[in-house]
Each structure stands twice: as C-alpha cells, then as structure tokens.
Design a protein. Structure first.
Ligand SMILES: [Mg+2]
Length: 274
C-alpha cells in the first residue's frame, strides 16, 4: 500500500468510527434533542415570549414541578436514608446501600428502587413503601429535590422577556402547598403575582386537571411554552392549546404512560448553551 493510499484508508476508517460514535450517542439519548437543537428550541421560546410581550399579548409559560423543574429522586433517597438510620439494628448495611444510590440514575417509583436494592422480602417491601409514601407526598421533604440543570436561569430569562410563570402541579394543595412554596423559594424560583402556583384543587386525574388549566390560561395569555415530564399530561396540555410550544422533559415518568404526541420535542434539561 502506498503512503497516499494508507493515509486515505486511515482517514476513511476514522470517518466511519466518528459516524458510529455519533450514532451511538444519538441512540443513548433516545428521542431527546441534541444540545444544539435544545438550545435553539429554548432560545426560540424566549424570542417568542419577547415578541408576544412587545405585541401586548401577555405571554406566559407553564411548568409542571415534579421531575420537570425539580428531580424527585433525591427526596426518595432522603426518606429511605431516614428509615435506614431509624432501623439500623434491624437492617444492618441498608444505610450504606441507600447512600450509594445516585439520584441522577435512580429508577422512577419506589417499587423499582427497592428492586434495584434487591429487597425481595415482601414484608420489608411493604414496610418501606408504607414509610415512604406519606412522607414523599408531604410538606416535609420537598427541599431535598434537585433543580434540573438550567431550570432557574431559564425561568429568570423568561421573566426578563415579559413572561408570567405558572407552576401547574398535580400536588395536593391540602397536603403540599406549604412545602411546595417553601421549596420553590428555597431554590430561588420566583413566587409572586407574575409567578403563580396552580395546584390540583380539582382532585381530578392529572391529565384532566392540567388540560383544563392550560385551556383556561390560554384564554387570558399567549402561552409560549408548556413543560411537563409525564406523557399523558403533556399530551393533554398540548391538545388544550396546540398554538403553545409543548416540550416533553425526558427525565423519568410513570410506567403506565402512553406515547408522547408526535411533534412534541423532548429535552433532558434547560441548558441554553450546548
Ligand atoms: Mg411531573
């Protein structure tokens, strides 16, 4: 093989390797947009918000909270650690096992987490679920959640462009209002007349509540963004206001969820710069 041929061969091989690596990365991301396309989408929402504000159209953006703005896995981990500490004698080694859980890769739902921890004893599973559930759905553990990367900056940016912000959450107002307000403030998320918390006071299933709320908001505002991590909820919101840019947060979601409507983009977080 001549030197020129060899160089061409090496270049070609490198090119193929790069293509394969790119395809593998795209596959690993699932349907989520690559970082540059995500930036473009979020920048487009900011621009659309500014345009609507300039036209006097009262722009607004709706965000779900759990696993859309704030990751809930750290809350589950904190509750399990508390349990482990209280029952260290009965369950030696459990605290260590829970400490090693990484909230960024933990599965969704207590059953899946306990499976990952290889807790097969039915009595123990029941005891842990009974301990976890009322605490997870209470006011007391919400500041353990973690904001999604870029979420706060994006909301601050939207407000600077003139948007009102609505946190549309299926959390129970009776059980979780106080803790939700405290957690939002704790992380620096705005909460005022231009950033309001809309909780599930209808006590209807989440998709119905969120669809209805979105339709109501669309009567008084130009909705420039709808953000949600549950497929059934984002579909309901998207169908209630097809003019608004619906965005699916590809974090974690319930197992029973159907597919996300075609044409709704998927993102992993709110980072504006790739
Ligand atoms: Mg959610």
């Amino acid at each position: 093989m001549t030197t020129a041929l060899r160089t061409r061969f090496i270049r070609k091989s490198l090119f193929i390797l790069l293509m394969l690596a790119g395809a593998a990365a795209a596959f690993a991301r699932g349907k989520a947009l690559p970082p540059d396309a995500q930036s473009k989408l979020l920048a487009g929402i900011l621009a659309e918000t500014a345009k609507a504000a300039a036209a006097g159209k009262s722009p607004a953006v709706a965000f779900d909270i759990d696993d859309t703005l704030l990751l809930t896995a750290p809350r589950t981990k904190a509750i399990l650690l508390e349990f482990a500490g209280k029952h260290a004698e009965r369950y030696p080694g459990f605290a260590d096992q829970v400490s090693r859980l990484d909230p960024n890769t933990m599965p969704h739902g207590i059953a899946e987490v306990l499976k990952l921890l290889e807790i097969g004893d039915q009595e123990r599973v029941t005891e842990l679920k009974k301990y976890w559930l009322p605490r997870f759905l209470s006011n007391d553990y919400l500041t353990f959640d973690w904001p999604l990367p870029g979420s706060l900056e994006f909301i601050v940016g939207l407000r600077a462009k003139g948007a009102a912000v609505f946190y549309v959450t299926a959390r129970s107002p009776e059980k979780m209002r106080e803790g939700t307000e405290k957690a939002l403030r704790h992380f620096g998320f705005p909460l005022d007349e231009r950033a309001q918390l809309l909780m599930n006071d209808t006590h209807k299933p989440a998709p119905e509540f969120k669809g209805k709320r979105t339709a109501e908001l669309a009567k008084t505002h130009r909705m420039t963004g709808l953000f949600e991590n549950e497929p059934d909820n984002i579909n309901a919101m998207h169908r209630a206001d097809p003019k608004a840019q619906a965005v699916f947060l590809d974090t974690v979601h319930g197992n029973a969820a159907g597919p996300v409507d075609e044409g709704v983009p998927w993102i992993k977080n709110y980072r504006l710069k790739p």
